[in-house]
Design a binder for this molecule. Structure first.
Ligand SMILES: CC(C)(COP(=O)(O)OP(=O)(O)OC[C@H]1O[C@@H](n2cnc3c(N)ncnc32)[C@H](O)[C@@H]1OP(=O)(O)O)[C@@H](O)C(=O)NCCC(=O)NCCS
Length: 154
């Protein structure tokens, strides 16, 4: 069945064989390549192999990929500490944007967090990344009046 967007003839359709599923080891090269392409300015502590290994070490099953047969098209990483859920590394391959993959990934991650008892999800977007605010608003997120703080401890 065509994706609803395609029936209007205005948006590319979701790939027919698109699946959102948990990361498996065979996804490693694709995930690293995607993150290197989509997050080229990230600091060294977010180097894709390091970030991936750290997430896999957490063994929480909250790293999801969007894949079309054997092509990796997107990722979404979630975290849950028992109090809040967080979203990170939501990324879609540049040639496959605006056809609903990012939405499908975030909704999948939100379902996983909800099933763990999570009632509130937070995320951070760089102040310069204004386009992405519209993406998250389309999913129901709201910009909240908060001061975001952080400190490197390792
Ligand atoms: C943000 C991102 C994941 C969106 O993925 P996507 O698959 O293109 O998103 P969708 O197709 O599901 O978009 C859903 C809606 O979000 C909004 N949206 C998506 N990208 C947008 C953009 N660049 N500007 C404004 N609104 C946008 C639109 O309302 C869109 O619906 P429409 O296409 O019918 O107008 C993708 O652009 C990306 O990988 N960006 C770079 C990585 C990044 O900055 N990630 C977020 C920080 S962790």
């Amino acid at each position: 069945m065509p994706h609803p967007r395609s029936s209007l003839g205005q948006q590319p359709a979701l790939p027919d064989r698109l699946r959102i599923r948990p990361f498996v080891d065979d996804d490693r090269a694709g995930v690293i390549a995607l993150w290197e392409r989509v997050f080229p300015d990230d600091p060294p502590h977010n180097a894709p192999p390091r970030m991936l290994d750290a997430k896999l070490a957490a063994n929480d099953g909250l790293l999801f990929v969007a894949a079309d047969t054997d092509t990796l098209l997107g990722t979404a990483m979630a975290g849950y500490d028992g109090h809040r859920g967080w979203l990170y590394a939501v990324a879609v391959s540049p040639g496959h944007r605006r056809c609903g993959i990012g939405t499908a990934l975030v909704r999948h991650a939100l379902d996983a967090l909800r099933s763990m008892g999570c009632v509130k999800v937070n995320l951070q977007v760089r102040a310069t990344n204004t386009a992405v605010v519209g993406f998250y608003e389309s999913l129901g997120f709201e910009v909240e009046e908060r001061v975001s703080m952080g400190m490197r401890i390792g």
